[in-house]
Design a protein around this ligand. Structure first.
Ligand code: MN
Length: 199
């Protein structure tokens, strides 16, 4: 079955003032749709046309070589954005609690140190990409990926990802990517991240 852009569980304007309505509309309806359309076109007629996107991106070696670049970029774009919309909520923000909070403290020293690491990783990503909190073996790590690569391709489980492509923030934040990353913490849905951590 062809992939589809999942609907948002909140309004385009619900993440204001941190993430603006105009950005959400073009990001969700245009950018994500383009990744979906191109991923579907690349996978059509292959053995993977009915595979879950996580499974495709987790093992790109199974994708026919002629299609691999298109699937890595556009299938990755579909997976990354599907995770991204779910990781935000109008009721988000604050700090994680429970086992996730303890694991963040164990890995990074403190929640503040964790956020600093994400900001360095996302702010330092040259060009387009993502900053991720991942489950890596038994612990947590922060990693960056270029383009639409997803840590799942490296055997890591993404718990949250911040899109640091200019299309994610430029209308509101222009060149100030670090300000966008700071603002993003006001919309992060820690309950969703905790759910992924516990899975
Ligand atoms: Mn994006």
């Amino acid at each position: 079955m062809a992939y589809e852009v999942p609907p948002l569980s909140y309004d385009y304007a619900a993440l204001e003032p941190h993430i603006d309505e105009a950005t959400m509309k073009v990001h969700h309806d245009k950018h994500h749709q383009a990744y979906v359309d191109k991923a579907n076109a690349a996978l059509e007629g292959t053995d993977l046309a009915d595979a879950a996107i996580e499974d495709v991106i987790a093992d790109l070696s199974k994708v026919p070589e002629a299609k691999r670049g298109a699937v890595r970029n556009n299938g990755g774009g579909h997976l990354n954005h599907s995770l991204f919309w779910e990781s935000m909520s109008p009721d988000g923000g604050g700090a994680p609690d429970g086992d996730l909070a303890a694991a963040i403290d164990a890995a990074f020293g403190s929640f503040e140190d964790f956020k600093t690491k994400v900001k360095e990783t996302g702010g330092g990503q040259f060009g387009s990409g993502w900053a991720w909190l991942v489950k890596d073996g038994s612990g947590l790590a922060v990693v960056g990926t270029p383009n639409q690569d997803n840590p799942i391709s490296d055997g890591k489980t993404p718990l949250l990802g911040i899109d640091v492509w200019e299309h994610a923030y430029y209308l509101k934040y222009q060149n100030k990517r670090p300000d966008y990353i700071d603002a993003w913490w006001n919309v992060v849905d820690w309950s969703k991240v905790s759910e992924r951590f516990a899975a």
